[in-house]
Design a protein around this ligand. Structure first.
Ligand code: ADP
Ligand code: MG
Length: 460
């Protein structure tokens, strides 16, 4: 019987072609990626990867850190998949495994992922140091930490769902994985990124294995979803997640979700999903103050056995302000430079290492109008009200927030801010700025509002 072209290619796909060795596959994949990924990005993300081997038909790729794994997953998952398919001639699943090559360590402990843990993608590696013990508590993360501890100790009995949000690199994944470590040994626990969840769902659809998919996610005691903002916009995925959520919630199972924006601003999520998050507790993590930054640096230096003088730690804490991952990166860089030059860590050496990082142009300072728009949007007042004489509480408060942010982010003088806000006196502005600065110490609502406005500014 004559085969149609469609049949022929189907059969070609089924014919078991001799598969090259994993290292050879990966070498060819890298060669392809090098052509499409810009040089510096390629060097940063791919140069340190290597093939480990095949496990259950899944190609295992070693990466040097959780950070690289996250970045590759977030940015290059489709590119890697595509390159793999063209190299192997069929779809081949892969898994990124964190291996600290320099330490010669075995991959960090994998998660028990419930009874149907068959899909290797669902056993992400928990980073070794993401525990409550290593989490430094400060003003900016105290609430989130307390809530996470409560949930870990008494799942389903305190806050459910728990929703943690905050900017990039502020410890959200750290807290989620710390919970997983506590509940994992006793209870069926799944820690998964929303992106992986989406990918698995799509695979289950394609391979007609929805039964297993549902069974897996609906039979857990604790479900931890990282980076919910990456859940697919696809209606079907959201529908499925909605049902997973309800199935777990009605059976009193613990759900913890995190995101880099507040639920209110998660515009891609359906309203009914968003409102579900509000059933429980919503806490934010703000950028750390200088004491917390310093404490984190001390703790990391201790853990890494680094002899870094206090003045060096202070220098880093002052230079790197709003991202803990970068804070740690700066210390790593200084340590690397010290090893390379066989010099002790001194202030001079630290300054040299830091200059290379912090002299990179900062993201452009937002225009005052952008700040005003964001304040108006988040505080739900008309933008004209900010420059008007209106004195209602909500308007006055929003205006104070605007004063604070115009100073803090746009670095305007008090007099300039007064002009921007409809010709106000600079002492009025100073008063408004101080008022917010004080409230920040005591009022979590103010911190939350500021975080939301900052996120709205960043999103513009
Ligand atoms: P994200 O909020 O982007 O998920 P992560 O949880 O991955 O951020 O944190 C980034 C890095 O900063 C990790 O190495 C994490 O261990 C570290 N980190 C964040 N917050 C703290 C903290 N309070 N104490 C110690 N380390 C922290
Ligand atoms: Mg994270």
């Amino acid at each position: 019987m004559a085969a149609t072209p469609g049949d022929a290619s189907d059969r070609a796909a089924q014919r078991p072609a001799p598969t090259p060795a994993p290292s050879e596959i990966w070498r060819r994949v890298l060669a392809r990626l090098r052509r499409v990924v810009p040089g510096p990005s390629y060097d940063t993300w791919f140069a340190t990867t290597h093939a480990i081997g095949m496990q259950g038909g899944v190609l295992q790729i070693g990466v040097v850190s959780d950070f690289v794994r996250e970045a590759l997953t977030a940015q290059y998952y489709p590119a890697i998949s595509e390159a793999l398919t063209s190299v192997v001639g069929r779809r081949l699943e892969f898994e990124l495994v964190v291996r600290q090559v320099s330490e010669g360590a075995a991959p960090a402990q994998a998660m028990p992922a419930g009874p149907t843990a068959a899909t290797p993608h669902t056993r992400p590696v928990l980073a070794k140091h993401y525990t409550f013990e290593t989490f430094v508590v400060g003003r900016s993360n105290r609430l989130a930490h307390a809530a996470a501890v409560a949930v870990a100790e008494q799942p389903s009995q305190t806050y459910n769902p728990l929703f943690i949000y905050g900017g990039v690199g502020l410890g959200k994944t750290h807290l989620l994985q710390a919970i997983a470590r506590v509940t994992g040994p006793r209870l069926r626990t799944i820690y998964v990124s929303a992106e992986t969840y989406t990918n698995e769902f799509v695979t289950a659809l394609r391979e007609h294995s929805m039964e297993q998919f549902r069974e897996k996610y609906r039979s857990v005691d604790v479900l931890l979803i990282d980076d919910i903002q990456f859940i697919s916009r696809g209606e079907q995925t959201q529908e499925e997640f909605f049902h997973t959520f309800d199935a777990l919630y009605t059976r009193n199972k613990q759900i913890v979700i995190n995101s880099d924006v507040s639920p209110k601003l998660l515009s891609l999520l359906e309203e009914r999903l968003r409102s579900r998050f509000e059933w429980g507790l919503i806490v934010d993590i703000a950028p750390p103050d200088v004491e917390t930054r310093l404490a984190i640096l001390r703790s990391k230096a201790d853990r890494d056995g680094l002899r870094a003088p206090e003045e060096v730690l202070l220098l880093i804490a002052h230079r790197v302000q709003d991202n803990i991952r970068q804070l740690e990166g700066a210390l790593n860089r200084i340590a690397a430079l010290s090893r390379l030059q066989r010099q002790p860590i001194t202030r001079e050496l630290a300054a040299e290492a830091l200059n290379a990082i912090t002299s990179t142009p900062r993201t452009a300072v937002p225009m005052p109008s952008v700040i005003l728009d964001a304040v108006a949007q988040v505080m739900n007042v008309p933008v004209e009200a900010l420059t008007s004489k209106r004195r209602e509480k909500q308007v006055a408060y929003a205006r104070h927030l605007a004063m604070y942010l115009l100073r803090d982010i746009a670095q305007q003088s008090y007099a300039q801010i007064g002009r921007i806000l409809g010709g106000r006196d600079h002492t009025t502005v100073l008063h408004g700025f101080r008022r917010i600065d004080e409230l920040l110490e005591t009022d979590p609502d103010v911190r939350r509002d500021l975080t939301e406005i900052r996120a709205a500014i960043a999103a513009r």
